[in-house]
Structure formats: structure tokens, C-alpha cells
Ligand binder design. Sequence first.
Ligand code: SIN
Length: 188
Amino acid sequence: MTLDTRLINQQRMPIDDSAELWLFGYGSLIWKAGFDYLERRPAHIEGWARRFWQASHDHRGTPEAPGRVVTLIRQPGALCQGMAYRIGGEVLGGLDIREKNGYLRETTLMHFADGSHAEGLLYLATQNNAAFLGDAPLDTMARQIATAQGPSGPNRDYLLNLATALEDLGADDPHVFALADSVSRMKP
Ligand code: SIN
């Protein structure tokens, strides 16, 4: 099932095109910006864990054979490494389209390596959205990711690109690395 969050996002958190803000990316937004930005800096957020628990019907899968992409799950003590972008508000229209399959605009506190912090916007797919899949055995998730593909390409590329980007950031993410390891062993 799909849910188009474009209108909800513009109503729940209206942001002027002329505004300047930070965006926090934790999935494809780490390794594939696809928009203009003023500055890009590694950052992390606290109390959230990255999980491949969201269905993708429009990018890395289809309505008939959805892929799996990441969302964030509340987890006390967890740390999620990602990428912060300083952007102009006009970028959000395109991002709302890209993240329309269940993701809502939220705000979060981002921490930078130098100890400073800033508020950032992120796209969060909660368990209340129609495309939320939740947990499954590692092998089941890996098989789904290894076989799904959609208009943006194979689901396995999304996972493997994310794993490489997280390695480059020096991030510790056993969930992503275990899935990447499992999918790499499966035939495309
Ligand atoms: C994000 O990257 O921050 C959101 C999820 C995605 O587009 O992969």
C-alpha cells in the first residue's frame, strides 16, 4: 500500500523557499544528494537507530514487489551517523516528492564532530505509515533487498552504497553491515 505524504508535509511544517536550514540524511540522502546545498558535514543524532523497515514501492521496488529502505526507530542510547546539509528552503519541494512514500518532515538535534550542534530537518517513516514493514529475520530482509528493483534501480545498490558510505564515515552500524554482507553473498 502507498501513502503520499507531500501535502501533509507542506501543511505540518511549512518552510519558505527563502529560508536556510539544515537537513539530516541517514539513508540515500547520505550518498546521493541530488540537490544543491551550501555546505555538507558528517553529523550524528542520538536516540535513533537506522533500520531497513520501510517499504519502497516507488524507488527501489514496485507496488507488486516492494523493496526495503531505511527509516529510524527510537532506541535509547543509540547513535545514528549521517550527513548534514545546509540547504535553501526551495530544495524541500523536490525532497518531498522523493520521500513521499510515507516519510514525514521532523526536526532533530544534530551533533557535529567538533562538538557543536544544530537543529535539522529529517524525513521519518513512522510505524503508523502504510508502507511500514517492521522487523523480519535477517535472511528474509536480505532476500527481499537482493531481488527487488524499481525506477531508481536495484534495491541491493541502495543497501551496498549506504554500507560503503557508512564505512567511509567510520560509522558503526551492525544492522546495515550484516544485511550488506548477506546480500553480497546472494546472486543478483
Ligand atoms: C534519508 O536518506 O535521510 C531518508 C531515507 C532515504 O531517502 O533513503
